[in-house]
Each structure stands twice: as structure tokens, then as C-alpha cells.
Write a protein that binds this ligand. Structure first.
Ligand code: DX5
Ligand code: ZN
Length: 216
């Protein structure tokens, strides 16, 4: 079954205390936290303080997506939240294996994200050390952008690279009712959805109807 990781970046942040406790685990599998530092990406979103508040509002597992430079400095701040995944960008570190191992040592699954312009071969030597690959299908920084043209081919290449490794394939950016069936058909396990879940005003219903469009 396709899993939905709901990106609260696209929600009204002032309403989180009301909407998050209503999230249903059958509809929203993960809460996707987009951490932006105003350096690796142009915007500053939120950090560990708000993430901690989110974690207190729900039992739904957290999916931390760090869009920050110097991830070695930021990653340990999220250990105490016990998220399901911590994902950092390959573009932000020369030491992805060491960082992934450190995340795993803390009992958390490690993910590596790739911008649309970064080839999948950049992580081929990291495969034994990671649990998830996050393929960005928009340039990171904002919700509500369109899925990039090269997205589907990139996902195919990532799937091929993963081979028999037990690695989840997650896609982030521009996922909606028009492309989610195709994404499930080509082997995506987790779809991040921001606008498609929150701009409807009905997060549970929207997440569930996205999942129902998939064949897995
Ligand atoms: C973009 C973020 C995404 C974004 C997804 O930098 O990483 O998680 O919020 O939003 P949509 O689904 O609207 O593209
Ligand atoms: Zn994200």
C-alpha cells in the first residue's frame, strides 16, 4: 500500500494544534517535517522546537526532511523526537555514510535526498547504510510547485539502483491525484504530499483518496 507523508509546510501553521490531533493513521502514514535553513534553500521554515510540539500532538510517526547545510550539526537535535526517518541531502555533506550510520545508531532510519539535478549515482556507495532514498521532484524550498519533467525517469533509475537492498523509495514535490497512480506503478513506496492534502481543507479525506488511486 502506498504511504502518504503529509507535508505540514503546506498547512496553515497557526492551525496545527487543531488539525494534527485529528489526523487518522489510516490516511496519513507519516508527518513530513520540512526543515529549511535559509541557506541550502532560500526559505527558513521551522526547526526542532516546532517539530517537538508536533510530536506531542500525535502518535503518527515523523518523517524529518532536512534541507540544511551542515546537517551533522542539525541531525542530532532531532534524535530526541524519535522520528521514523531522518533524511538529509547528499548535496550538503561529504560524509553521507558516517552521518547515516550515526542516525541508525540512534535507532532511527536514515534517508538521503537528491535534488532534481543530482544524479542517483551520487549515492550508489551509500546503499548498505541507508533505509530510504528521497527523490525530489521539485527544487526544494517551496510547496505547491509542479512535478519536474525528468521525475519519472529519475525514479526508474533510483529503483534500479536500489535493486534488492531493503530501501524505501520516497518522492517529494508536486505529487497529486494526476500522477500518484503512475508513481505507485513504478515502485514508489512513500509519497510526500503538501498542497494535495492541505489545500483542500480536508487532510484525512484527501490523503485517503490519493491512496485509493494507487494499485499497491
Ligand atoms: C519542498 C518540500 C516539500 C513540499 C511538498 O521543498 O520538501 O515537502 O512541502 O509540497 P507539495 O506537495 O505541495 O509539492
Ligand atoms: Zn519535503
Amino acid at each position: 500500500m502506498m504511504k502518504i507523508s503529509a507535508s505540514i509546510l503546506a498547512a496553515q501553521l497557526s492551525s496545527l494544534g487543531v488539525i494534527i490531533p485529528k489526523f487518522k493513521p489510516k490516511a496519513i502514514d507519516y508527518i513530513h517535517l520540512d526543515i529549511m535553513d535559509g541557506n541550502f534553500v532560500p526559505q527558513i521554515s521551522f526547526g526542532e522546537a516546532l517539530s517537538e510540539e508536533v510530536s506531542k500532538l500525535t502518535k503518527i510517526p515523523l518523517d524529518v526532511h532536512l534541507m540544511v547545510n551542515n546537517p551533522e550539526r542539525h541531525v542530532p537535535n532531532y534524535y530526541k523526537l524519535k522520528p521514523a526517518y531522518i533524511t538529509f541531502h547528499r548535496e550538503t555533506t561529504e560524509f553521507p555514510i558516517r552521518l547515516a550510520e550515526d542516525i541508525r545508531k540512534n535507532g532511527i532510519k536514515a534517508g538521503i535526498a537528491l535534488n532534481p539535478g543530482t544524479p542517483v549515482k551520487m549515492i550508489q556507495d551509500c546503499l548498505p547504510y541507508i533505509d530510504l532514498i528521497l527523490i525530489m521532484t521539485v527544487e526544494p524550498g517551496f510547496y505547491g510547485q509542479s512535478f519536474v519533467k525528468s521525475g519519472l525517469e529519475k525514479i526508474d533509475r533510483a529503483k534500479e539502483l536500489i535493486g534488492s537492498y531493503p530501501i524505501q523509495l520516497e518522492v517529494d514535490g508536486g505529487v497529486n491525484a494526476n500522477n500518484i497512480e503512475r508513481l505507485s506503478d513504478i515502485g514508489v513506496n512513500i509519497c510526500v504530499a503538501g498542497s494535495a492534502v492541505f489545500k483542500t481543507g480536508k487532510p484525512n479525506e484527501s490523503a485517503l483518496s490519493l491512496k485509493k488511486l494507487t494499485n499497491t
